[in-house]
Design a protein around this ligand. Structure first.
Ligand SMILES: [Zn+2]
Length: 245
């Protein structure tokens, strides 16, 4: 049996683990989250999908798995095709089903973002993620019930039209995808709308957050969340920076 060798697997709390692609550079790879529930498991985001992901998770957990992408960009949704139950927001169904390099912004990834190629013939400059038609579409307010844990879908458009947060009220945990992480926030992509993105960040501030598990980089608490949002609003963390020419 093939081993789960292409990813690191780190438990961040009892039932939440962080999975990372070992062969993708730190600045590009997304956070893949594995939440083990009493009846079902939830995978949030799936990485580039260049190596077997679903097989490794199935060996860790015997429960049914829901794979949910925070949005359809190549670095988050590339591995979604490996799962049988595929979930994503209704506003990006076409991209998940018929991805192109342009629609998934795969034109941004370069050879230097891969530490190792999946095979000798692989060329990142013409790669496109495999189609992953959504089997379980989600929208604002929908509930994902893992048995002992209940998550709610929060629509945070702006980075992309169907970007979502996944909110657990009981623990104050929010998974934010590319809507919020500790870095420069991407508000300049072809389907990004900075004014809408700002509204989503204002909305995020209203939640009684304890922990943000971001789409990239480290997890953080409410204070850091406020700091990042404030810095973004002042232009420091924006790609559409008012102070740059
Ligand atoms: Zn993105």
């Amino acid at each position: 049996m093939e081993k789960f060798i292409d990813y690191s697997y780190t438990r961040v709390s009892d039932d939440i683990a962080l999975i990372l692609e070992k062969k993708v550079s730190d600045d590009w790879r997304c956070n893949i989250w594995h939440i083990q529930g009493s009846e079902k498991d939830l995978i949030i985001d799936t990485g580039l999908g260049l190596w077997p992901l679903a097989d490794g998770i199935i060996r860790i957990s015997k429960k049914p798995i829901i794979a949910l992408c925070t949005h359809s960009h190549h670095d988050h949704a590339g591995g979604l095709n490996q799962f049988n139950v595929r979930s994503g927001h209704i506003d990006e169904l076409d991209i998940f089903a018929k991805p192109s390099r342009e629609s998934t912004v795969a034109t941004l990834i370069k050879a230097e973002h891969l530490i190792e190629k999946p095979n000798d013939d692989f060329n990142i400059n013409n790669w496109c993620m495999k189609p992953a038609p959504i089997t379980d579409p989600v929208k604002e307010g929908d509930i994902i019930d893992l048995g002992n844990r209940i998550f709610q879908i929060i629509h945070f458009p702006g980075h992309s039209p169907g970007s979502i947060g996944i909110w657990e009220k009981k623990t104050g945990v929010m998974f934010t995808g590319d809507t919020l992480y500790d870095g420069v926030l991407y508000d300049h992509l072809y389907h990004s709308v900075p004014t809408v993105f700002k509204e989503s960040l204002f909305r995020l501030k209203e939640f009684p957050i304890r922990t943000i598990h971001a789409g990239h980089g480290p997890s953080f608490g409410k204070e850091k969340m406020f700091q990042i949002i404030e810095e973004y609003m002042s232009g420091k963390r924006s790609m559409v920076c008012p102070y740059k020419t």
